[in-house]
Design a protein around this ligand. Structure first.
Ligand SMILES: CC[C@@H](C(=O)O)C(=O)SCCNC(=O)CCNC(=O)[C@H](O)C(C)(C)COP(=O)(O)OP(=O)(O)OC[C@H]1O[C@@H](n2cnc3c(N)ncnc32)[C@H](O)[C@@H]1OP(=O)(O)O
Ligand SMILES: [Co+2]
Length: 133
């Protein structure tokens, strides 16, 4: 785990939250991207060296739709940058964490991603991200 890659925030409306975060941070989203496999539309903001990902659900089965229903808007996950996601998945499995997808999948912003179940990480959904080179 090299650094926090981004913080994911579940929002009801990407349009409204883009406006809010643009006002908050004083800079617009640098990118919007839909990831159909996750049922999300995302936008990304930089704040100094830090990245924020806003996520809106695109269908009722999306993890974001379920999260909004249960918990409402707010921090949904913390993503960590890793050099080799396959090595990191194996290391974390040996440490006893539950990896939700052992096969890394294509995420947003040019990343391969994998998730750890929040039940094994003190109630916080953890994402691993490896940049696709
Ligand atoms: C855009 C792509 C990518 C990127 O490049 O950055 C993303 O960020 S995609 C983000 C969206 N995708 C995911 O979240 C994928 C991983 N998540 C999952 O597989 C599921 O959401 C889950 C974590 C396995 C939960 O799914 P499920 O069991 O079907 O949902 P429930 O609603 O029944 O929840 C069970 C249990 O887990 C708690 N929960 C759910 N989500 C979170 C969360 N984000 N943080 C903390 N806890 C969470 C939920 O509250 C339930 O708890 P109990 O009620 O106590 O049982
Ligand atoms: Co994410």
């Amino acid at each position: 785990m090299r650094k926090i890659e981004h913080i994911g925030i579940a929002v009801k409306s990407l349009k409204e939250s883009n406006e809010l975060f643009e006002k908050l941070l004083g800079t617009p989203a640098y990118k919007e991207e839909e990831v159909a496999s996750e049922g999300v539309k995302t936008s990304f903001f930089m704040n100094g060296p830090n990245k924020i990902e806003l996520l809106e659900a695109t269908n009722p089965d999306s993890p974001i739709a379920k999260f909004l229903e249960k918990k409402g808007e707010g921090i949904h996950h913390i993503a960590f940058d890793v050099e080799d996601i396959v090595v990191e998945i194996e290391r974390l499995k040996k440490e006893g964490f539950t990896v939700l997808n052992e096969m890394p999948k294509k995420g947003a912003d040019n990343k391969l991603v994998a998730f750890l179940h929040p039940k094994t990480t003190n109630g916080v959904l953890i994402e691993l991200c490896q940049e696709i080179k």
